[in-house]
Each structure stands twice: as C-alpha cells, then as structure tokens.
Design a protein around this ligand. Structure first.
Ligand code: FAD
Length: 391
C-alpha cells in the first residue's frame, strides 16, 4: 500500500531503464514477503536470520558490478537503489549485503588477480561461501591507513599473520575473511583471503550492541595464521588499493541511509493516518504534518544527491570527496528523519513492533561505519580547501 514511489517524491526511480525498475519491483516484493516478517524477532535476539540467505542470494543483488557474476547490464544507480530497498526493510540486512557484496567481493573484484576473481566471486555471489572484510582493529579505526598494526611476515611460499581486528561484520559465520595487514619487510598494506578455519584464527561475537543488532560483528585474533601466497590479493600493494574498495562502497552506505530513513518515515506516515487523537487522525494535526513534510524533504534531497553521485560513478567522474559528501550528508539527514518518525509515533515509537525504534537505533551504526561523518567531512574539507586536517 505504501509504495517507494510515494516516498520517492520526485520520481527519481523513473530515471532507471525498465529492466532495472522491474528487477527492483521484484526485490521489493521479496523483501516485504520474506524478510520484513522476521527482522524484529531477529533484532530482539541479536541473531542473524540465516534462513533468509538462500532466497536473498537468488535476488538480483550480488555481484552485479562484476562481469564474472552479473546477471544483466546494470548501473551504479541501480545498485544504489538495491541498497536503499534493503535498508528500507532492514539496515542490518543491507549491511550483510554491503559486507558480502561490497566489501568482501569488492576486495577480490578490485584487488584480486583474474584467477582469484574467477575462483571466488561466483561462490560468494551465490552464497555458497560467506565472506567478511577485516580492516578495523581494536587500536585503529578512523586512522587505519596509518594505524594498522596487523603484520604479515613472509615465510617461503607462505605468509604468517599476527594481530587483531574489531567490528568485523559477518565474521562469526563467514567461511573466509579478507584480512588487511602490513608487510613486515616494506611496511606496505596488502590483503589476504583467509579461510576462517585456519589454525590461529578466532572470531568472537561482539555482544550487547544496541544498533544493527542483527549484524554479527566479531573481534578477531590472528596468532601465527599461515596463509599461502596464492591467497594474497595479487593487486593489493599499498593502502591505496584498500581505499579503492571503500570508495566503491561508501556511496552505497549513503543510499542505505536514505533507505533507513524511508523505512522509518513510511512507518510513521502509516501510523499517523491510523492513530486518532482529539477526534481526528494525528496526520491531520499541523505539527505532525510538519514532521512528515520535513522528513520527505530530507529524503528527497538525499535521493537527489545519491542519484547524482552514482551517475558520476557510472560516468567515471566520481572522486573520493563526492562519495564522502554523500555519505556524510545522507547519514546526518537520516539521523534527523528517524528522530522525527519516532517523535510522530509518541510512546509506540519506542516499541520494536512498530518498526521505527529499530530504524532509529540502527541509524547510529550507519552514521559511524565506513568512515564516520567527521572523517568524511575532512575528506571534503581537504578537497575544497587544499589543506589536509588529518595529520
Ligand atoms: P574512532 O576512529 O576511534 O573515532 C571516534 C570518534 O573520533 C569519531 O567521532 C571520529 O569521527 C572521531 N575522530 C577520529 N579521528 C578524528 C580526526 N582526525 N578529526 C576529527 N574527528 C576524529 N570495520 C571493518 O573493517 N569491517 C567491518 O565489517 C566493519 N563493520 C562495522 C559494523 C559496525 C556496526 C560498526 C559500528 C563498525 C564497523 N566497522 C567495520 C568499523 C568502522 O568502520 C569503524 O567503527 C569506523 O571506521 C570508526 O572507527 P572507530 O569506531 O575506531 O572510531
């Protein structure tokens, strides 16, 4: 009853070709029917609903950016809409996809050799294998370019990895984790496809999260983990190659932030038309309309921005600062929008069953991961002033 078109106030989806619109319509129906019913229960238990994975992996979502795995020609704008539709239903499920498809497959797609791409991308796209992406460490988050401490030492045809990772999504149940490490000899960063059952590799779930509770984040310890050279990403030679992976995914987090905003807004709009106070629906009260109108303004401005930034990726003109601005802006607008949706629902706005509480809490992690708003702001600041505030 509440279509995306209604929240896509200016009809940006109409810019897509018919076959992409048809694919999105199918994805929307699937998410409403199969995913939406299970997410509040999973959020409450802080468990990932793995029963959805076979169905999710049959959707036109995974590997759509790689020749080895895409099922039809598609644009970065389409892939942005996919992130929006996923997060509109649940930001944790969007994050699962962001890690599997954007980060784990992205690392192999960007920095793997042709042989590595052919070996790993199809299995990860189909869901035969689950992947994770280990960059952040207990002692290095925003400064991972300089602060990364995990070390890789060459030993004949193998490498020995020692160190620790924190916050690694999907890693409690992944088959493989891409581990970024600094080479002992030249200090440069490279990446490894590490099977989780390798001796010395342990992943422990981070408990008691109050945002994205469905996402399983892990603390990883690496103690003398032996990995053959053939599992080192052959084109990962400096941190610039790691950054190239993040560049591809950052704008999709901005799209997911818009989706999370729409999920909250649509729940509040529906509630406001049904809930009566002072003899009429609360949607008929001016101040409630103000909350809803401000929300659709935020959503519309954000869709315009993310659409353009993804068009720039399609045209080969997107730079780091373009994606950084979209991520910083869309997540800041999201924080306002989910709070207005919460407010419009009164007491029921804090009860999980009404959906808005989940979107509200999940906004916090989207705001901080894949570059906090501050770090993305500094990327923009450096581009427009020519002055780096990082160091
Ligand atoms: P810090 O870097 O410690 O920052 C703390 C605060 O200081 C922030 O507000 C930050 O903006 C501010 N700050 C830091 N430096 C500066 C500066 N120079 N100027 C101004 N302000 C500054 N990582 C992975 O590798 N893989 C994953 O799958 C993954 N998934 C995640 C999932 C979730 C739910 C979360 C919460 C995180 C995930 N991360 C993952 C890690 C994420 O990318 C980091 O949390 C993020 O980069 C911020 O790092 P930090 O948490 O260490 O914060």
């Amino acid at each position: 009853a509440f279509s995306t078109l209604r929240s896509d106030f200016y009809g940006f989806e109409d810019l897509l070709p018919e076959h992409e619109k048809t694919a999105l319509a199918g994805l929307r129906s699937y998410l409403e029917a199969e995913v939406k019913p299970v997410v509040n229960g999973a959020w409450e238990k802080a468990e990932f609903p793995r029963e959805i994975l076979p169905g999710l992996h049959r959707q036109p979502v995974f590997g759509m950016q790689w020749d080895e795995t895409k099922t039809f020609e598609n644009s970065a704008v389409y892939r942005g809409w996919v992130a929006l539709e996923l997060a509109r239903v649940d930001a944790s499920v969007a994050t699962y996809v962001g890690v599997q498809n954007g980060l784990a497959m992205g690392a192999i797609g960007v920095a793997g050799s042709p042989e590595q791409r052919a070996e790993w991308l199809p299995k990860l796209a189909s869901g035969e294998l689950i992947g994770a992406f280990g960059l952040t460490e207990p002692l290095s988050g925003s400064d991972s370019a300089q602060g990364l401490r995990t070390v890789a030492r060459r030993d004949g045809d193998d490498w020995i990895l020692d160190g620790a990772k924190r916050w690694i999504g999907n890693a409690t149940f992944s088959d493989v984790t891409v581990i970024w490490a600094r080479k002992a000899d030249d200090g440069q960063v490279t990446g490894f496809i590490v099977p989780n059952d390798t001796p010395g590799f342990t992943a422990t779930k981070i408990e008691n999260k109050q945002s994205l509770r469905i996402v399983q984040n892990a603390d990883i310890v690496l103690e003398g983990v032996r990995v053959p050279e053939r599992l080192r990403l052959q084109n990962a030679n400096t941190f610039r190659d790691t950054a190239a992976v993040l560049r591809l995914t950052r704008a999709e987090v901005a799209w997911a932030a818009v989706g999370n905003s729409i999920g909250a807004y649509e729940a509040a709009l529906k509630y406001a038309t049904e809930r009566q106070q002072f003899g009429k629906p609360i949607a008929a009260h001016q101040l409630v309309q103000d909350l809803l109108a401000k929300s659709i303004g935020n959503i519309t401005a954000s869709i315009a921005m993310v659409t353009r930034v993804s068009q720039m990726l399609d045209h080969g003109t997107q730079r780091d600062e373009h994606a950084a601005l979209a991520k910083a802006y869309a997540t800041a607008r999201m924080r306002e929008t989910v709070a207005w949706a919460r407010e419009a629902m009164g007491g029921n706005g804090i009860v999980l069953d009404y959906d808005v509480a989940r979107h509200f809490a999940d906004a916090e992690a989207l705001y901080s991961y894949e570059g906090t708003r501050e770090m993305n702001t500094l990327i923009v600041g450096k581009a427009i002033t020519g002055q780096s505030a990082f160091v």
